[in-house]
Design a protein around this ligand. Structure first.
Ligand SMILES: NC(=O)c1ccc[n+]([C@@H]2O[C@H](COP(=O)([O-])OP(=O)(O)OC[C@H]3O[C@@H](n4cnc5c(N)ncnc54)[C@H](O)[C@@H]3O)[C@@H](O)[C@H]2O)c1
Length: 414
């Protein structure tokens, strides 16, 4: 029995899901194949993902493969109630309502585990965490993880011999993190900042904290819109890369002093803290695009503030030391809370990886150890080749002579 906001929203959800499907042709190919071969026949799949129109297409693909699918939200603010209603109508068990409390959120996670999933799928390792604590009695074949933060947690569990089943780090596939994290987060995080504030980005000092795949994408998009971009990054190679890209590279304190907008994408806690709030300019807008809402120390901001007002749908104004600091989307993923997340075209590749990972776990789980795995490189190459073709690109084909030359050690200076 699903828990959703309103079943009457299903028609709207259907429209949205179909709209996303137009841009998800790699996944559609997999769905067509899965409908015929039924590789997941009879398996229970439990997923904890952002409940969006793109995720809906993944759930329908898994269902077409013969699986019984149950879905809850990985973030209560990203849930689209219309999509949840449509999935519930499509014979998928859904436990997701936009904006639910923390208590309800955990009830939904547990409801997914009550379906006794054979395979689980996470965006942030929430189901896997429960499967290692309160629900450690449940047997599973394996799991898949969508995001960097989840993979970091899982690798730490593996290192400490705590992991009790294999997990595929879907995030680590090239056709996931090089595109979704970079182009998806880049575009949608800027989209979230703009929808929340209506700011003109051109000419602003935009600070990007963290220059990983996501940070690179955000910096590129802000730069492309005319911002003066400053990057904060503790890894010297990445910091140098940012500098040679043409961005300013500063410490977090020095960057905080000049910023008009700050976007944090570190996967770390308290990238913005009291010492930064103290030196910020009046009217600065702070957003987080990292997975958890821990990147901005909101408790410290609140403690130092005399007043907090919601001044716009996704904007809270904190009166702090005689100035105003604006927090977008309550410090949660700005691209999903204030905008509609990654565009379908990029999720097409991420979710093609997820669908194939489910099949891979089912085919291989008996031989796998309780470790974090990455899908074989051929999967990446196949997904990339399909997407390239769909987007009108042409792939060069090497001649036998060229392949032999590259393979041989005997050729040198002639
Ligand atoms: N918004 C989204 O839709 C979305 C999509 C994909 C990933 N994510 C999340 O975004 C975060 C970043 O992902 P990624 O793939 O770019 O990770 P990454 O590991 O490639 O990059 C993170 C970068 O942040 C740097 N960093 C760490 N702590 C820092 C600090 N205090 N100050 C400055 N820099 C710091 C690291 O050195 C690293 O270069 C993760 O939490 C990930 O789960 C969000």
């Amino acid at each position: 029995m699903s828990s959703i906001k309103d079943a009457k929203l299903a028609d709207l959800g259907h429209q949205e899901v179909d709209w996303a499907a137009r841009q998800m042709k790699v996944l559609e190919d997999i769905k067509t194949e899965f409908s015929q071969t039924k590789p997941l026949e009879g398996l229970n799949i439990g997923a904890c993902m952002h409940v969006t129109k793109e995720t809906a297409n993944l759930m329908l693909t898994l269902k077409s493969a013969g699986a019984n699918v149950a879905l809850c939200a990985s973030n209560p603010l990203s849930t689209k109630d219309s999509v949840a209603a449509y999935l519930a109508e499509s014979d998928i068990e859904v436990h997701a309502i936009h904006g639910v409390s923390n208590d309800e959120f955990f009830k939904h996670l547990n409801a997914i585990l009550d379906t006794k999933p054979d395979i689980t799928m996470d965006d942030g390792a929430d189901l896997v965490s429960l499967l290692h604590t309160e629900r450690a009695d449940l047997p599973v074949m394996g799991s898949m993880e969508e995001t960097t933060t989840g993979v970091i947690r899982l690798k730490s569990m593996e290192k400490n011999n705590k992991l009790r089943f294999p997990v595929v780090a879907v995030n680590d596939s090239d056709t996931k993190h090089l595109f979704d994290n970079r182009f998806g987060t880049g575009q949608s995080a800027m989209d979230g900042v703009i929808r929340a504030t209506d700011l003109l980005i051109a000419g602003l000092n935009v600070v990007v904290i963290g220059f990983g795949d996501c940070g690179k994408g955000v910096a590129e998009r802000a730069y492309g819109m005319g911002a003066k971009v400053t990057v904060v990054e503790p890894n010297s190679v990445r910091a140098l890369e940012a500098l040679m890209h043409g961005y300013e590279v500063k410490t977090s304190i020095n960057a905080a002093k000049i910023a008009d907008v700050i976007i944090s994408v570190t996967g770390n806690m308290h990238a913005l803290d009291k010492q930064h709030f103290d030196v910020m300019k009046d009217g600065v807008a702070l957003a987080n695009a990292g997975h958890f809402d821990v990147e901005i120390n909101l408790a410290a901001l609140k403690e130092g503030s005399t007043q907090v007002d919601r001044v716009r749908e996704h904007v809270e104004s904190y009166k702090y030391n005689g100035k105003e600091i604006l927090i977008l989307a309550e410090g949660r993923l700005v691209n999903l809370a204030a905008a509609t997340g990654h565009p379908a075209s990029v999720m097409d590749m991420s979710f093609a990886n997820q669908a194939l990972a489910a099949e891979w776990i089912k085919d291989n789980y008996k031989e796998l150890e309780p470790k974090v795995y990455t899908l074989p490189n051929e999967v990446d190459l196949k997904i990339a080749a399909t997407k390239l073709g769909l987007m009108g690109g042409e792939l060069e084909i090497l001649t036998e002579e060229q392949i032999n030359y590259l393979d041989s050690w005997e050729h040198g200076t002639s």
